[in-house]
Write a new protein. Structure first.
Length: 279
């Protein structure tokens, strides 16, 4: 990923906020400000990944429209090269500039196969690259190019349909993943603020006072207990989000947005709970 201006702004802002947290060293606000700074620094990268994932989906959808138009044109008897040139000004959303570049290259006399390879490289999408390779090989081999393109278009349409059906079928798992995570947060908070203080008086288990937990003669500060539970929530949020993305969209990269959302929720809920119930 190439660092852009927004990334540098996020990094600098995150470092500044994290640096300011040390002014509150020893207070309950220290870790809240520190982790807030970390999240601010990471946020631009997460948003970029989300944008790239969404753009990849838009490219596949528009490429399906492109192949359909190409099939219709070629089946009328128009050569594939001329068909692409004729579609130069048609709206294809995020692919419009790439289609225009492809048409210009063909108009300048660049071989169709080379122009298609450049087209696939510029789009940088696995589905598009595979389809473009098939179209190039079909044009090179000859035969009924219209039927070959139609078969390719049907394959692309079927792949897109299966992805949408899978996403719709597993959408309930996404909701269940969030519900399970919220239940996990509740369990952790109950353990931190209710169960541990409740068992503090049991002989041999240890004691939890205002200063912290005493176990085997060793003093563990209450802040260390809350930090341990926070780390537990953050780690759980990270991997839960990646799992949700993999199940719902078949790509771990798509789970980054879920991980970020769960991590932010974990951080905010844990921080607020410590402020209001930490004493």
């Amino acid at each position: 990923m190439e660092l852009q201006k927004i990334h540098w702004v996020g990094i600098i802002a995150g470092l500044v906020i994290s640096g300011l947290s040390f002014l509150f060293m020893g207070s309950r606000f220290f870790f809240f400000i520190l982790w807030f700074g970390i999240l601010v620094g990471v946020a631009p990268f997460v948003f970029t990944i989300i944008q790239q994932t969404r753009a990849a989906g838009d490219k596949e959808e528009m490429f399906l429209e492109f192949t359909r138009n190409l099939v219709e044109s070629v089946k009328t008897g128009t050569p594939i090269s001329k068909s692409i040139i004729n579609m130069k000004k048609k709206p294809f959303g995020v692919l419009s500039k790439h289609v225009e570049k492809l048409a210009n290259q063909i108009a300048l006399g660049i071989p169709l196969r080379a122009a298609l390879q450049t087209f696939a490289r510029d789009i940088n999408n696995n589905t598009v690259s595979r389809t473009i390779t098939l179209i190039g090989q079909a044009e090179r081999a000859g035969g009924n190019i219209g039927e070959i393109l139609e078969a390719v278009a049907k394959a692309v349409a079927m792949s897109d349909k299966l992805k949408k059906e899978r996403k719709a079928a597993i959408s309930t798992l996404t909701v269940q993943g969030y519900i399970i995570f919220f239940v996990f947060i509740v369990i952790v908070l109950v353990m931190q603020f209710y169960i541990i203080p409740m068992i503090s008086g049991i002989v041999g288990t240890g004691s939890l006072g205002v200063g912290g937990v005493t176990t085997g003669g060793a003093q563990i500060e209450a802040s260390e207990v809350s930090q341990a539970f926070l780390y537990l929530l953050l780690i759980q949020g990270l991997f839960s989000g990646l799992t949700i993305g993999k199940l719902s969209e078949g790509d771990i990269k798509a789970g980054v947005k879920h991980s970020f959302a769960l991590i932010v929720l974990s951080f905010l809920i844990s921080a607020l709970a410590n402020i209001f119930f930490g004493g």
